[in-house]
Design a protein around this ligand. Structure first.
Ligand SMILES: [Zn+2]
Length: 70
Protein backbone atom coordinates (compact mmCIF):
# COMPACT_ATOMS: atom_id res chain seq x y z
CA UNK A 1 0.00 0.00 0.00
CA UNK A 2 1.23 3.43 -0.89
CA UNK A 3 0.92 6.14 1.74
CA UNK A 4 -0.40 9.20 -0.02
CA UNK A 5 0.76 11.82 2.44
CA UNK A 6 4.19 13.25 1.75
CA UNK A 7 6.66 12.89 4.66
CA UNK A 8 8.55 16.00 3.51
CA UNK A 9 5.87 18.67 3.31
CA UNK A 10 2.53 19.35 4.90
CA UNK A 11 0.29 19.57 1.88
CA UNK A 12 1.76 17.17 -0.64
CA UNK A 13 0.04 14.12 -2.02
CA UNK A 14 2.14 11.26 -3.33
CA UNK A 15 0.99 9.47 -6.44
CA UNK A 16 2.55 6.99 -8.86
CA UNK A 17 3.70 8.34 -12.18
CA UNK A 18 5.26 6.74 -15.22
CA UNK A 19 8.11 8.38 -17.07
CA UNK A 20 6.85 8.35 -20.64
CA UNK A 21 10.32 8.08 -22.17
CA UNK A 22 11.45 4.98 -20.26
CA UNK A 23 8.33 3.43 -18.76
CA UNK A 24 9.83 3.72 -15.26
CA UNK A 25 7.29 4.07 -12.48
CA UNK A 26 8.09 6.36 -9.57
CA UNK A 27 6.28 8.04 -6.72
CA UNK A 28 6.02 11.81 -6.92
CA UNK A 29 4.84 14.45 -4.45
CA UNK A 30 2.73 17.02 -6.25
CA UNK A 31 3.72 19.76 -3.82
CA UNK A 32 7.48 19.59 -3.21
CA UNK A 33 8.42 17.57 -6.34
CA UNK A 34 10.10 14.82 -4.33
CA UNK A 35 10.64 11.59 -6.27
CA UNK A 36 10.99 8.09 -4.83
CA UNK A 37 11.64 4.91 -6.69
CA UNK A 38 10.05 2.56 -4.18
CA UNK A 39 6.88 2.49 -2.14
CA UNK A 40 8.62 0.67 0.71
CA UNK A 41 10.79 3.52 1.92
CA UNK A 42 10.06 7.21 1.66
CA UNK A 43 13.08 8.89 3.19
CA UNK A 44 13.06 12.62 3.66
CA UNK A 45 14.64 14.40 1.95
CA UNK A 46 13.85 12.28 -1.07
CA UNK A 47 16.68 10.88 -3.15
CA UNK A 48 15.81 13.16 -6.03
CA UNK A 49 13.33 15.67 -7.37
CA UNK A 50 11.31 15.81 -10.56
CA UNK A 51 13.79 18.21 -12.18
CA UNK A 52 16.85 16.13 -11.31
CA UNK A 53 15.14 12.83 -12.06
CA UNK A 54 14.30 14.02 -15.57
CA UNK A 55 17.68 15.71 -16.10
CA UNK A 56 19.64 12.53 -15.32
CA UNK A 57 17.60 10.79 -18.02
CA UNK A 58 18.16 13.53 -20.57
CA UNK A 59 14.58 14.75 -20.42
CA UNK A 60 13.33 18.34 -20.05
CA UNK A 61 12.00 19.25 -16.57
CA UNK A 62 8.33 19.15 -17.52
CA UNK A 63 5.40 17.44 -15.85
CA UNK A 64 4.25 16.43 -19.30
CA UNK A 65 7.14 13.93 -19.28
CA UNK A 66 5.25 12.10 -16.55
CA UNK A 67 2.04 10.17 -16.98
CA UNK A 68 -0.23 9.46 -14.04
CA UNK A 69 0.05 5.72 -13.42
CA UNK A 70 -2.87 3.56 -12.46
ZN1 LIG B 1 6.06 16.76 -0.55
Amino acid sequence: MIPNECPCCDNGVIAPYRLVATGETVLVCNECDSVWGSAEELPCPALTTVDRFLATRGRPPLWSELDAAA
